[in-house]
Design a protein around this ligand. Structure first.
Ligand code: MSP
Length: 512
């Protein structure tokens, strides 16, 4: 059977400061989807990296009294380390300061020049260095005498300089057509409507080069200019597949991207500029852009000045990575903003992980250890109706579960899976295998088989979310690696009955 391919990306991060929870959130979402697709049998390419050019980085390096390249090297390394701390399965980590990326951006630029989509003029208008974005007059407001962007609240400055422009205005209609014929290109729906409204107002041409600083990729044949950091950054998705070598294995296999996971603040770049650049260069468009919401702390967007920043690395040290991954995805509905707090993290760890899934595994395995010589007992009878009902539910709902992930509804996916675990705990209580040991060991074995099947299936479904813990559970029951896939949810005959269960470890410590 031919392997199915899947290309997924996170935004590439500005290495302008310490990684924060928002970065962790974007990355974890993409990792969960990447892992799930692999479990579904897809050949996945998962990309993340750092976005290192532009005025923001140049200024930040200066502020830190570092040479810009050294500054980027140090911070990019921190982001790369974060991928390990978050247990990401990214296949590549791209840096926009790499040679392969320069080549790719220069090529895309030249294509846009050849297609007649780039011209030289003068830019006069507002620019936010923090957002690396241009804003129109009606997108600006004045707060305490300072001009800021209405949407992001970040300070804008007036810019007047020679600039190359991309003829974005001529792509409005084609973009609207594209959104219409590809109704799932921008998700969630609320975001799509936002974008459509914006494009319907008519688009201005976009300034795509700067002359007042030099930290960027020089414009081919006019080195006075550097390419606008967003045109540079977006192209990373192609650079990582060896573009402009469109005959390369990676490019042929993975382009167009299946999904770009991004935060809602960078939707305009991904859902308007990026498809317009690609159309103009005659390159196929990605299939989906998913704009997730904001992680809030104390109901507010995290910021240094408010002092409500939750540091992912500290939290992972204190509570564990699976715990954080689970909590973020369970607590925040992907398309919306969601508040997170340490109190709720603790509640979630105790209720869902320690008392529910962790407890289920622990008590079942301890029971087997004590009563069945620490080996899964074989069942000699057919499962009862109650047992079939328990294990049948996941199988019956499997298609729906797969659809939830493929529609990026991770929140409801998790809720379903943890419900199965709750049901399994209840089944174990209600069927009281401990009372059957002396009276009906045949029945007891059947119950144990059923519950272990259920633990196996719940653990497979949890693998993308809490990979370390779910793998540990599957290790404990000696469930082979090659069977850890979605298709094995329907197969219950791959257990090892001869080998003793592995060491029973506490999976999730309760927290005060
Ligand atoms: N460099 C650009 C992306 C270029 S992609 C071609 C960028 N970088 S960023 O480091 O500022 O942000 C990276 C991601 O983190 C974005 O998706 C952004 O939305 C996300 N988040 C940053 N803070 C966030 C929250 N508080 N909550 C959720 N995600 C947010 O943008």
């Amino acid at each position: 059977m031919q392997r199915k391919n899947f290309y997924i990306t996170t935004p590439i991060y500005y290495p302008s400061g310490k990684p924060h929870m928002g970065h962790a959130y974007s990355s974890i979402i993409a990792d969960v989807i990447a892992r799930f697709k692999r479990l579904e049998g897809y050949d996945v390419h998962f990309l993340t990296g750092t976005d290192e050019h532009g005025l923001k980085i140049e200024r930040e390096a200066k502020k830190n009294q570092k040479d810009t390249k050294t500054f980027c090297n140090e911070l990019s390394k921190k982001f790369n380390e974060l991928t390990k701390i978050l247990n990401l399965t990214n296949d590549d980590f791209i840096r926009t300061t790499e040679k392969r990326h320069f080549k790719s951006v220069e090529n895309l630029w030249s294509k846009l020049v050849s297609s007649g989509d780039i011209y030289l003029d003068k830019y006069k208008g507002w620019y936010s260095v923090s957002d690396e974005a241009y804003y129109d007059n009606d997108e600006i407001e004045e707060i305490d005498g300072i001009k800021v962007s209405k949407s992001s609240g970040s300070k804008v400055e007036w810019v007047e300089e020679e600039s190359y422009f991309f003829k974005l205005s001529s792509w409005s209609e084609k973009l609207l057509d594209f959104y219409k014929t590809n109704p799932n290109f921008i998700l969630p729906l609320s975001r799509k409507n936002e974008v459509i409204k914006f494009v319907q107002k008519g688009l201005n041409d976009l300034s795509v080069s700067r002359t007042s600083f030099s930290w960027g990729i020089p414009v081919p044949k006019n080195q006075k200019h550097v390419i606008y950091v967003w045109l540079d950054a977006l192209t990373n998705y192609l650079s990582a597949l060896d573009y402009p070598d469109t005959s390369s294995k990676l490019y042929k296999k993975f382009w167009p991207a299946d999904i770009h996971i991004i935060g809602k603040d960078i939707l305009r770049f991904h859902a308007i500029y990026w498809p317009a650049f690609l159309m103009a260069a005659n390159i196929p468009l990605p299939k989906r852009v998913y704009g997730h919401g904001w992680i809030l702390s104390n109901e507010k967007k995290m910021s240094k000045s408010i002092g409500n920043i939750l540091d992912p690395i500290e939290i992972i040290k204190d509570y564990g990575i699976d715990q954080l991954r689970y909590y973020l995805l369970k607590e925040v509905s992907l398309g919306n903003d969601g508040n997170i707090s340490l109190d709720n993290l603790k509640k979630c760890i105790n209720n869902d992980l320690a008392n529910n899934y962790g407890n289920l595994c622990q008590r079942v395995f301890s029971f087997i250890k004590k009563n069945c010589e620490n080996k899964l007992p074989k069942s000699k009878i057919k499962p009862s109706m109650v047992e079939n009902k328990l294990t049948g539910k996941i199988k019956d709902e499997l298609k729906n579960l797969i659809d939830l992930v493929n529609n990026q509804d991770l929140n409801n996916y998790i809720k379903k899976v943890i419900e199965y675990s709750f049901d399994a705990n209840k089944f174990f209580n209600d069927s009281e295998p401990w009372s059957l040991k002396k009276t009906d060991s045949v029945k007891m074995n059947s119950i144990l088989n059923t519950i272990v099947v259920q633990i196996k299936n719940i653990s497979i479904l949890l693998l993308p979310i809490i990979p370390a813990s779910a793998n540990k559970v599957l290790d404990m029951i000696n469930y082979e690696n090659e069977f850890r896939s979605i298709s094995h949810i329907r197969k219950d005959n791959n257990f090892n009955y001869d080998k003793e269960l592995g060491e029973i470890e506490i999976l999730f410590k309760k927290v005060e």
